[in-house]
Design a protein around this ligand. Structure first.
Ligand code: SF4
Ligand code: SF4
Length: 105
């Protein structure tokens, strides 16, 4: 695949790495290499948005509801990398990580 930004050699790169183009995650469907998938149980969710605040890829889908305010709907799997942070931080265990292979049968 042709890179969309100029890549640096290891000698050019600053210590600690560098983000070549901030905000570029939305241009690449980075969920393709996910090994585990967060499965969301809406019946347990209390809509506290803790998972939304912690997801590193902002791929949890939220809508604004007139009565409830913000409401979590699900996950955008085009970008979810399966890191499991959302499942770790959810206080009511509404998210469970499952092997991705279970969904490709
Ligand atoms: S598994 Fe990681 S990337 Fe996917 S929704 Fe949860 S926190 Fe976000
Ligand atoms: S952290 Fe858990 S309870 Fe809170 S919004 Fe996310 S899924 Fe729902």
């Amino acid at each position: 695949m042709k890179p969309k930004a100029k890549l640096m050699s290891s000698k050019e790169m600053p210590i600690g790495g560098v983000i070549i183009e901030p905000g570029s995650t939305s241009k690449e469907e980075t969920g393709s290499w996910r090994a585990e998938r967060p499965v969301y149980d809406a019946t347990k969710c209390n809509q506290d948005m803790i998972c939304v605040q912690h997801c590193p890829d902002m791929c949890i889908i939220v809508v604004k509801d007139e009565k409830l305010g913000a409401k979590r709907l699900g996950t955008d799997f085009r970008y979810c990398k399966g890191c499991g942070i959302c499942a770790q931080v959810c206080p009511v265990k509404a998210i469970t990580m499952k092997p991705e292979g279970e969904f490709k049968k």
